[in-house]
Design a protein around this ligand. Structure first.
Ligand code: PLP
Length: 439
């Protein structure tokens, strides 16, 4: 039998670090990375044949659970008609219509145009190019601990794998490029005001995760997104709302949709560009950026901003996205929210019973754990915790058949497939893991 250790050794010989995305190497929790051969519903199965209840969810896309039958059937049917055409398809326009329709909330149209790309990184990178062209300005503001993919200008103090590895940025990014990005503390509007005052007429855009979820969960203060939009617009800049992770996951129209509907946060604000990824492709490589016609039509060939992709709008990915969104019904969101509530509550109870100091940063179905006593509002808070408690907790959960994100700086992903038996297995595993975190 091939073991996870065999698979990791084989991969290390031919793939840098043995992985194609750093967090998969388990660098912050130690131990042997899982080598997965199958995933279905709420579970993943490793190369040794061990099945785990999965709380990684492919880092977000698996809203319906893994290998949802309708999504798999849609992909198979699309594959039978050809894998890639390098030409337009009717389905890509249908997907754009579905997304634009979803992003019309309480009479407000969030976006009017949608350009499909293949990764969230491409979506945010292109959004910034468009914003610079629209404003004829050069600087971009991002928030510490927010992750927007791995393009040169957006890596400074990013969360996700960078938080895990505690790197300040990345080698290979010229300082001249990094200097075009201003990194500010999250949830701090005074810092944004100060940046606009310090760089008058130079800030093209502020990019923000709709809910911070890449340094653990960093929930926006209730009026933060609305007030940020107001401030950005007051200064003639654009607001890029990054919904790559939250889009179609925290609600039918993402975080913006929840705010526009008056369910959380504040109504009465609209971003200029919204980026999507993860759920929009249902597990296939698909992402997108949307916005008003006047902004998105700056993209070639309608306008002067160049952007292209051999596999953009790939028919298999579009089929998976359409099938996923078709199945992402109100009932699905209710089930994911309920499952998150059950797990977050049990997590709190288990840690409290074991006497482990913790908080559970949370925004709807997104939550994580932080080993500290005070609420987590920004990246500095997220880093100021007893992170060393997570590896023993993680490994105890793994022993009990639950696969957690291999870093304390990641959100836990529930799905509509996390039914009672799956939740019971998670709940049963928590007390021993909490004890492991206590010691
Ligand atoms: N933006 C956010 C908020 C993300 O969470 C991510 C990925 O985790 C990205 C952008 C980058 O997306 P991708 O990994 O598809 O390039």
């Amino acid at each position: 039998m091939t073991t996870n250790a065999d698979a990791a050794a084989r991969a290390r010989a031919v793939i840098p670090g043995g992985v194609n995305s750093p967090v998969r190497a388990f660098g912050s929790v130690g131990g042997t990375p899982l080598s997965i051969v199958a995933a279905r519903g709420a579970t993943v199965t490793d190369v040794e044949g061990t099945e785990y209840v999965d709380l990684v969810g492919s880092w977000g896309p698996a809203l319906l659970g893994h290998a949802h039958p309708d999504v798999v059937a849609a992909v198979q049917e699309a594959a039978a008609r050809g894998l890639s055409f390098g030409a337009s398809t009717p389905a890509e326009a249908e997907l754009a219509e579905v997304v634009i329709d979803r992003l019309t909330v309480a009479g407000t149209r969030g976006i009017e145009r949608l350009r499909l790309v293949s990764t969230g990184t491409e979506a945010t990178m292109t959004a910034i190019r468009v914003a610079r062209a629209a404003t004829a300005r050069d600087l971009v503001v991002k928030f510490a601990g927010h992750y927007h993919g791995h393009s040169d200008g957006l890596l400074a103090e990013a969360g996700s794998g960078l938080a895990t590895f505690a790197l300040p940025g990345s080698a290979g990014v010229p300082p001249e490029i990094a200097a075009l990005t201003l990194v500010l503390p999250y949830n701090d509007l005074d810092a944004v005001r100060a940046a606009f005052a310090q760089h008058p007429g130079r800030i093209a855009a502020v990019i923000v995760e709709a809910v911070g979820a890449n340094a653990g969960v960093l929930a926006p203060d209730p009026s933060f997104n609305r007030d940020l939009a107001g401030l950005v617009h007051e200064h003639g800049a654009l607001l890029i709302l990054d919904e790559v992770l939250t889009g179609f996951r925290v609600g039918p129209a993402g975080r913006w949709g929840l705010e526009a509907a008056g369910l959380v946060g504040e109504t009465g604000w609209t971003p200029d560009i919204v980026t999507f990824g993860k759920v929009i492709g249902g597990g296939m490589p698909l992402a997108a950026l949307g916005g008003r016609a006047g902004i998105l039509d700056l993209l070639a060939p309608a306008g002067p901003v160049y952007q292209a992709g051999t596999l953009s709008g790939n028919p298999l990915a579009v089929a998976a996205g359409l099938a996923t969104l078709r199945n992402a019904t109100p009932d699905v969101y209710a089930r994911v929210d309920a499952a998150a509530e059950v797990v977050a509550t049990a997590l709190h109870e288990a840690l409290a019973a074991a006497g482990v100091t913790h908080v559970i940063p949370r925004a709807g179905s997104l939550f994580s754990v932080a080993f500290r006593s005070d609420a987590v509002r920004d990246y500095a808070d997220a880093r100021d915790q007893e992170a060393w408690r997570y590896p023993p907790f993680f490994h105890a959960m793994r022993e009990a058949g639950v696969s957690l994100p291999p870093s304390v700086f990641e959100a836990w992903f529930l799905s509509a497939a996390h039914d009672e038996p799956a939740l019971d297995r998670i709940l049963a595993a928590l007390p021993a893991a909490a004890s492991a975190a206590a010691s």
